[in-house]
Design a protein around this ligand. Structure first.
Ligand SMILES: Nc1ncnc2c1ncn2[C@@H]1O[C@H](COP(=O)(O)OP(=O)(O)OP(=O)(O)O)[C@@H](O)[C@H]1O
Length: 246
């Protein structure tokens, strides 16, 4: 199975702080993967290096087969990235927000409309396309932001805490759409989340990050089985960090 994401000794320091510390990762193409860990563990910093937004201090990383430093623009052509902070423009409609992204990604003019309709369809926003985003719920805005990253038909989709701040119904709804997208396109999903039950339900593999290092990784089932019968991913989190999640 080819790697969607592969890192070797990937490291990032901020002054004296090593936020990401010699991380080795292998995420197969077509899988759903989550980075888990407490606040400040280094998850976002790792994701920002993989999406070419932050240069590594050391080590290597390849995304979709391209080196994040030497082939950064090729990496960007093959990925989608949805950061934590909500970023859609509230004064534009859903369609207009998507059009901006289609132009940014240089989707050729004759196929822009089809790509935008496809992205709206995947995220269940067809009926809201002509509505100003300021009238969207938090869950709809989040789905629009995922849709923005889809106009590029990414091979690897990076989602940084995509359901943070959403109520359980909206969270479920976001994940139903992401799962349908994965099933149809086999897009690799690389995400961070603080919701252990979400990681458990969705992911083929997870990695726990603590103080910049990967301390455990594997399928949720295998990680739970190591702790014994009846263990949850929350128990795994507690055993690794010594703290309850959240
Ligand atoms: N630009 C920066 N300058 C200095 N320190 C930074 C910078 N970005 C992140 N850090 C530090 O690096 C560490 C890791 O932060 P990061 O945001 O990657 O953690 P995280 O696991 O994503 O946390 P959260 O779950 O809260 O989003 C933290 O100590 C943070 O303060």
């Amino acid at each position: 199975m080819p790697a969607a994401v592969e890192t070797k000794d990937l490291t990032r320091s901020f002054g004296a702080l090593t936020a990401v510390d010699h991380v080795d990762l292998f995420v197969p193409h077509g899988s759903i993967f989550a980075l888990l860990g407490p606040n400040g563990a280094g998850k976002t910093t790792l994701m920002r290096m993989l999406t070419t937004l932050l240069p590594p201090s050391g080590g290597q990383a390849k995304v979709a087969g391209y080196d994040v430093v030497r082939e950064a623009s090729l990496v960007r052509q093959h990925i989608g990235y949805v950061p934590q902070a909500l970023s859609a423009d509230p004064d534009l409609t859903g369609y207009e927000n998507l059009l901006i992204f289609a132009k940014l990604y240089r989707v050729p003019a004759p196929i822009r409309r089809a790509r935008i309709d496809e992205a709206l369809h995947f995220m269940g926003l067809e009926e809201a396309a002509a509505t100003l985003v300021r009238h969207y719920s938090g869950g709809m805005t989040r789905r629009l932001e995922i849709a923005q990253s889809l106009v590029n038909r990414p091979q690897v989709l990076f989602l940084d805490e995509p359901t943070v701040g959403l109520d359980p119904t909206a969270r479920h709804n976001v994940w139903e759409h992401v799962r349908a997208l994965w099933q149809q396109w086999e897009t690799t999903i690389f995400m961070t989340t603080h919701y252990m039950e979400e990681a458990e339900a969705l992911c083929h593999a997870v990695a726990f990050v603590h103080q910049g290092r990967i301390v455990e990784s594997g399928s949720p089932q295998a990680l739970k089985a190591r702790l014994g019968e009846g263990a949850t991913l929350d128990d795994v989190f507690l055993s690794i960090t010594g703290e309850r999640n959240g």
